[in-house]
Design a protein around this ligand. Structure first.
Ligand code: ADP
Ligand code: MG
Length: 306
């Protein structure tokens, strides 16, 4: 891929060690339910951070708040040092924090290529920092089209570029959404369960694409409930449960964390009872307790990110 989005690999030789995102005391409740209560989260620049946790842990709500799709009850967050707390979604995206949705959102009556091209529309040349991205220097439609075509190829949908997005499978829509999000030239790409609904054959391809992003100057924060999925690509894993961050570290550190194991076992004890007679087996590998196993080819992932 030729993303050309990398300030760090360009002529800027200073290594910026500041975290790209810092969130403090972010809270959100629904009625009596405390969905998010995060004291502190930092995302290191040009890294891949995975936010895991059982269903209902508050991951999507936290994403929604950070990206302006949901109002917080309190808290603040700084992106590239800029206070984005409470800013509207479009302003946050324009600042370079671009998210995808747990249920991929595509324009079904537009072609795959046009869907990707639209990723650029609102941001082209408008936001601070876009000058870092060579391709945005030009705002000619031709360049956008070329760029979109390149990204469609990159996610492996080249053969379908002229097909209507509406006929894509759920997994292909996820790939399309990834291409569209990258089209927006994010500095921080936030992916909500990019693997949900993606069939196993496409999963590895999608993970490989995600793994390429930091090398292109795109930091990744992604939500996933299956710990096994994240371990191969995440530089750091952060686990949420009941709205709080309960662990942070390498994938193996977090997998071995007793609070994490408890959270996963508690959240899916029903599944465990059915599928695992031996609790010891599940304890040794908490990610196996994740409902992700059931979600592999499930296109009807609940649309809880509205
Ligand atoms: N719009 C909403 N109204 C009421 N409760 C909500 C809403 N969105 C999320 N919740 C609740 O907040 C909690 C966290 O949900 P969510 O952020 O979707 O978790 P996750 O993404 O980790 O599965 C859950 O208890 C969920 O039912
Ligand atoms: Mg969610």
């Amino acid at each position: 891929m030729n993303v050309e989005a990398s300030p760090r690999s360009g002529n800027d030789t200073s290594v910026d060690s500041r975290p790209i995102l810092v969130a403090k005391d972010v809270h959100r409740s629904f009625g009596g339910i405390r969905a998010v209560s995060v004291d502190h989260l930092e995302v290191e620049r040009s890294s891949i951070v995975a936010l895991i946790g059982p269903n209902g842990a508050g991951k999507t709500t936290f994403f929604n708040v950070l990206t302006g799709f949901e109002k917080p009850d309190g808290g603040s967050w700084f992106f590239e040092g800029n206070d984005l707390s409470g800013k509207p979604a479009y302003a946050i995206a324009r600042a370079g924090m671009v998210r995808t949705f747990q249920s991929a959102r595509v324009f079904p009556r537009l072609s795959v290529l046009d869907n990707v091209r639209l990723g650029a529309q609102e941001q082209r040349g408008e936001r601070l920092g876009s000058a870092l991205l060579r391709w945005t220097w030009s705002d000619q439609e031709k360049d956008l089209g070329e760029r979109a075509a390149e990204l469609v190829e990159w996610v492996g949908l080249g053969a379908k570029k002229d097909d209507l997005a509406g006929i894509l499978s759920g997994g292909q829509r996820k790939l399309l959404e990834l291409a569209r999000a990258v089209m927006a030239s994010p500095q921080l790409l936030m992916l909500d369960e990019p693997m949900a609904g993606v069939n196993p054959a496409l999963r590895q391809a999608l993970l490989d694409k995600i793994a390429e992003l930091p090398g292109e100057g795109i930091t990744v924060l992604f939500v996933e409930h299956d710990m096994d999925v994240v371990s191969a690509v995440a530089d750091r894993v952060v686990c949420m449960a009941e709205g709080e961050i309960i662990a942070s570290g390498t994938a193996s550190e977090v997998a071995a964390n007793e609070h994490v194991i408890e959270a996963y076992l508690g959240a899916s004890s029903g599944d465990l009872r059915d599928s695992r007679a031996d609790r010891g087996t599940a304890k040794a590998s908490p990610a196996k307790a994740s409902p992700a196993e059931d979600a592999e080819s499930d296109e009807t992932e609940s649309d809880d990110d509205q």
